[in-house]
Design a protein. Structure first.
Length: 422
């Protein structure tokens, strides 16, 4: 009887699966030491790029110990594998979610799992080689294949959970940014406690000068500004964008705030009417800058893709902000001209605009209009008689310029001129 029991025991001891479970149990007793070695190798390879803080490194060490302990325990038990596998899957998913929230790159997370599985197998192979564990060579190879298969499952579960959480966080961040931008439009940037959150939400210091952008949406199938964030990024700047009230709007920050450089960068992206304005005091000045940018864009004719700075449209902004004033100037100065028959009115308006562009010079105006200088002089006298303004007098020239701008704004807005508006 005793001989039979000893024989059965010897047979069990030689069973590869039993030997393997015994090997896993031995390693389980030193799971923390194994986990710490994996952590060391992972951090050495990372060189502080992903696991950059002492807090993250301590977290990696704790997590590695838990994973190695759970994994070796599951392998050593050899029973109820389905329940333990389900439990491990939950741990893997939770780890993927946690690492996404901590901002650890997915590549670094998966690299840690690769290192872990490889070093566990190497530890097992070392123990077999040193005679501390008896295991057939083919069984050791089979363990390697099994661990590699486990790695594929681990990577899949962690990656899926990580990416889902990143997508959720990105949506959450986008909503926070859009809500914050909406608050800036409403003027809440002037509130110190609201402005102080700009760095956290937008990544912008509250006192850093910014450019506010408003692009009018006229076609729901076409963006008035096509992927501007990519162009701003190439400038080394930061931008945040949102949609509200048929307008695409954004806030831009980059070193130097060079208006010409920014215009050149955004120009290829312009598909509609776009206005820009600088808030030099930072977040506190964004509400007025957004208003000016929107008004500047609105002074452009519909359907004319163009980018303008509010600072370059000051007369237009002045008249646009007070339509009654624009109507009065247009009526008083240009009324007699606008009352003429269409052809005569068009000819005189073109001549007036050319003269204003060339500081009243009939010679240069004639070159632009492809007509004789004397013709321009004759039309200029007609304009003086009709408007009562002498273009050689600075105040009269200013009135003429404002009247022409008011007329252009009225045409762009689809407002026809009728006599007697004053």
């Amino acid at each position: 009887m005793n001989r039979s029991t000893s024989a059965e025991s010897a047979q069990v001891d030689q069973d590869p699966e039993a030997l393997l479970r015994q090997a896993w149990r031995q390693m389980l007793e030193q799971s923390d030491e194994i986990a710490d070695e994996i952590t060391r190798v992972t951090l050495d390879r990372d060189a502080g790029a992903s696991w950059s803080t002492a807090e993250l490194q301590a977290l990696l060490r704790r997590s590695m110990r838990e994973h190695i302990r759970r994994g070796l325990s599951r392998l050593a038990e050899g029973t109820d594998q389905q329940r333990r596998a389900a439990s491990m899957a939950e741990v893997l998913r939770a780890t993927g979610i946690e690492r996404a929230r901590q901002g650890v790159p997915l590549e670094a997370v998966l690299s840690a799992y690769t290192s872990g599985n490889l070093l566990v197998w190497e530890e097992l192979a070392t123990r077999v080689r040193n005679g501390r564990i008896t295991l057939p060579a083919e069984q050791l190879v089979a363990v390697g294949r099994s661990l590699w298969h486990e790695l594929e499952i681990q990577s899949k579960l962690v990656s899926e959970a990580y990416r889902r959480e990143m997508a959720r966080l990105e949506v959450q961040d986008r909503r926070r940014q859009e809500n914050y931008l909406a608050g800036l439009l409403e003027g809440r940037g002037a509130l110190p406690e609201f402005a102080a959150r700009s760095e956290e939400i937008l990544g912008l210091h509250p006192e850093t000068p910014v450019v506010c952008v408003v692009a009018i949406v006229e076609d729901t199938y076409n963006d008035p500004l096509h992927h501007p964030e990519d162009r701003i990024e190439r400038l080394g700047g930061t931008s945040r964008w949102g949609m509200r009230d048929d307008a695409f709007y954004g806030i831009i920050s980059f070193q130097g705030l060079d208006e010409e450089r920014l215009s050149d960068a955004l120009h290829p992206a312009v598909r509609g009417r776009v206005g820009l304005s600088v808030a030099r005091e930072g977040i506190a000045g964004t509400a007025s800058a957004f208003r000016l940018a929107g008004r500047a864009a609105a002074t452009l004719p519909p359907g004319e893709p163009r980018l303008v700075w509010a600072s370059a449209r000051l007369p237009e902004l002045l008249l646009e902000s007070s339509p009654e004033l624009g109507t009065m100037i247009m009526d008083q100065v240009l009324g007699p001209v606008l009352s003429l028959p269409v052809h005569q009115r068009s000819t005189l308006l073109q001549t007036l605009q050319a003269l204003l562009r060339h500081d009243g010079s009939p010679t240069y105006a004639a070159e632009e209009l492809f007509c004789h200088r004397n013709t321009v002089i004759y039309r200029s006298r007609q304009l003086t008689e009709l408007t009562g303004c002498d273009m050689q007098k600075p105040r009269d020239r200013l009135l003429l310029q404002l009247a022409v701008i008011a007329y252009d704004l009225a045409v762009a807005a689809g407002r026809g001129w009728q006599p007697g508006h004053q």
